[in-house]
Design a protein around this ligand. Structure first.
Ligand code: QAP
Ligand code: CO
Length: 168
């Protein structure tokens, strides 16, 4: 297992639209394990392959308290169900150190494949539903900061760019 490097906003590679996974092999399984290791070490609750510069439709999530519920979503197809929009504080491993309120409908139906290519469906609510929408956005090149005001997004971008310069 190995920890992968996470791309940070405003890296243009985060804007890539990921391609469907067609081959379910040992290399895919290894990538999924590495994504879990990377997410758990951060620590985070969700990670899309886009964030580790792999432009395939793969998401890993674990919203449990004790890292006991790893979930894999390959080629996820999300349907936002009815319900009242709710505001929730979101963060992102690609936007480290910032948390902002985003409004979403916290009730979705998801169709995806597991690491063996087996199709499944599930309904999700609450944090899991929000996290799924956030991660599927990554696969489409979208970030939660896109939902913020230009002023807020620009402030976050400038602070991160400054940190990246200091690191270089
Ligand atoms: C997406 O995000 C999410 O800034 C997953 O310094 C988050 O795991 C969806 C993290 C909240 C819904 C609600 C962020 C770790 C982790 C940071 C994450 C940080 C360290 C973010
Ligand atoms: Co994110």
């Amino acid at each position: 297992m190995s920890k992968l490097q996470i791309l940070e906003f405003p890296d243009p590679r985060l804007r890539t639209v990921a391609k469907p996974v067609q081959t379910f092999d040992a290399a895919l399984s290894q990538l999924i394990d590495d994504m879990f290791e990377t997410m758990y070490e951060a620590p985070g609750i969700g990670l899309a392959a886009t964030q580790v510069d792999v432009h395939k439709r793969i998401v890993v999530i674990d919203v449990s308290e004790d890292k006991s519920e790893p979930m894999v979503f390959i080629n996820p197809d999300i349907e936002v169900l009815d319900g009242d929009p709710e505001e929730m504080q979101e963060g992102c491993l690609s936007v480290p150190g910032f948390y902002e309120s985003v409004t979403r409908i916290p009730h979705v139906k998801i169709r995806a494949q597991d690491r063996n290519g087996e199709s499944y469906e599930m309904e999700a609510r609450g944090l899991l539903a929000v996290c799924l929408q956030h991660e599927v956005d990554h696969l489409n090149g979208k970030l939660y900061v896109d939902y913020l005001s230009n002023v807020k997004r620009t402030r976050i971008r400038k602070k991160l760019e400054k940190q990246h310069k200091m690191r270089a």
